[in-house]
Design a protein around this ligand. Structure first.
Ligand SMILES: [Zn+2]
Length: 168
């Protein structure tokens, strides 16, 4: 019975920890990707502004070469491609993958399949297992601490009762 409890406890913690570790990693990755997208977007704004300025000076009577437009145009196309690649990367982080063992759809980045417990990501599973073992150990130590504290109190009460009797 006691073993079952710790086994279930460990399993629950392991799944919870796994989820937390992976979603933290994901958040950091998404944040980095979003930052890069925002820098690309401000570059894009610059190119569009340059394009507008070129058109304005052309309309004001200045000569603007075709290749100058072409250069800016190419840069804009390239930046838009880069942005779309990064946006797809962010979307794929929220994707689901199929468990290689049972075929259930599980969230990408999950270490252990929640349905059949197949280890999808060994490294992440190992990290989660260690965290779970530490949590279980800490909990076991707490139980021992409480037991010790109770024993101390019982001893103190017994001593107090004993000395009280002695004084009388
Ligand atoms: Zn599975």
């Amino acid at each position: 019975m006691k073993m079952d409890f710790w086994e279930n406890f460990t399993k629950t913690i392991s799944q919870a920890t796994d989820h937390t570790v992976k979603s933290t990693e994901k958040l950091a990755t998404v944040a980095k990707l979003k930052y890069r997208i925002s820098t690309f977007r401000s570059k894009l704004d610059e190119y569009f502004r340059t394009l507008g300025e070129m058109k304005y000076s052309e309309m004001s009577g200045d000569e603007v070469g075709e290749d100058e437009y072409g250069m800016i145009f190419d840069e804009i196309v390239l930046l838009e491609k880069k942005i779309s690649v990064l946006e797809k990367r962010i979307a794929s982080l929220n994707d689901f993958i199929e468990c290689p063992q049972c075929g259930y759809k599980v969230r990408r980045g999950i270490a252990v399949c929640p349905y059949c417990e197949y280890v999808i990501d060994e490294k992440a599973a190992e990290t989660a297992k260690k965290a779970a073992e530490e949590a279980a150990k800490a909990a076991e130590e707490t139980v021992e601490d409480v037991a010790d504290a109770v024993e101390d109190i019982v001893d103190e009460v017994a001593d107090a009762a004993g000395s009280g009797d002695g004084e009388k």
